[in-house]
Ligand binder design. Structure first.
Ligand code: PGA
Length: 256
């Protein structure tokens, strides 16, 4: 049994205290009857402290969108995982394709960040996924296999159980083009097989694998009803309380 998890990835949006408060205060009352899904809002660093105050007695957990792999020191502009932990952050997104593509983060760097996050008890949501050209060249599984091997290098089974994997085909992110439930499920099954080879079946079957890429209220139910899709990482549709609520409800109903 894997409880679905929905992450709202606000990216560089809703970054002022007023706009984030407005969104969260509209969302909280909608979620009172939601018990079967873990909910995370990954907000910009600038509003994490405010968001913590708003969310602290609710069923919504706070997430960050990035972190550095050292506790402290001369790293101008970077954020320590310990700082995040101390202000009440529980999750951190690592290896998002925007970090990989725009900021040139490598699998090796993501692996370092991942180990650091685990060492301070932050729960990582680790993104993997292929570019359109890679899919069109029939290389999706090759790319995913490589990312799994490099990103999860030298991790123990116990550590893997604390990780959420987000399969996000890059061609589906922010484009309005969602992978079909069948396309997504095929890759989720593939990811789980690779995890079984690497960490044994019992562990692999407990690891949650979210889908991400243009999830909307209209496609969420079909995606989450697939056996290996354990919720989603939601960008654009997480900016409005009502659309995020519809998606959370679909995940809640998919838990059997
Ligand atoms: P999207 O973003 O839902 O806007 O496609 C998803 C993500 O980047 O995590």
């Amino acid at each position: 049994m894997r409880k679905p998890i929905i992450g709202g990835n606000w990216k560089m949006n809703r970054g002022t205290p007023n706009e984030s408060r407005e969104m969260l205060e509209s969302l909280i009352p909608l979620l009172e009857e939601i018990y079967n899904v873990d909910i995370v809002i990954a907000a910009p660093f600038t509003v994490l402290t405010n968001a913590y105050e708003i969310l602290k007695n609710t069923n919504i957990k706070l997430g960050a969108q990035n972190m550095y792999f050292e506790d402290k020191g001369a790293y101008t502009g970077e954020i320590s995982p310990k700082f995040l932990k101390e202000i009440g952050v529980e999750y951190v997104i690592l290896g998002h394709s925007e970090r990989r593509d725009i900021f040139k983060e490598s699998d090796a760097l993501i692996n370092k960040k991942l180990k650091k996050a685990l060492s301070v008890n932050l729960n990582p949501i680790v993104c993997i996924g292929e570019h359109l050209e890679e899919r069109e060249a029939g290389k999706t599984k090759e790319v995913i296999k490589y990312q799994i091997n490099e990103t999860f290098k030298d991790l123990t089974k116990e550590e893997m159980l604390k990780i959420v994997i987000a399969y996000e085909p890059i061609w589906a992110i922010g484009t309005g083009i969602t992978a079909t439930p069948e396309q997504a499920e095929e890759i989720h099954i593939f990811i789980r097989e690779k995890l079984r080879n690497k960490f044994e079946m019992e562990t692999a079957d407990l690891i949650r694998i979210q889908y991400g890429g243009s999830i909307k209220p209209s496609n969420a139910e079909d995606l989450f009803n697939k056996k290996n899709i354990d919720g989603g990482l939601v960008g654009g549709a997480s900016l409005q309380a009502d659309s995020l609520f519809q998606i959370i409800k679909a995940a809640n109903n998919s838990f059997k």
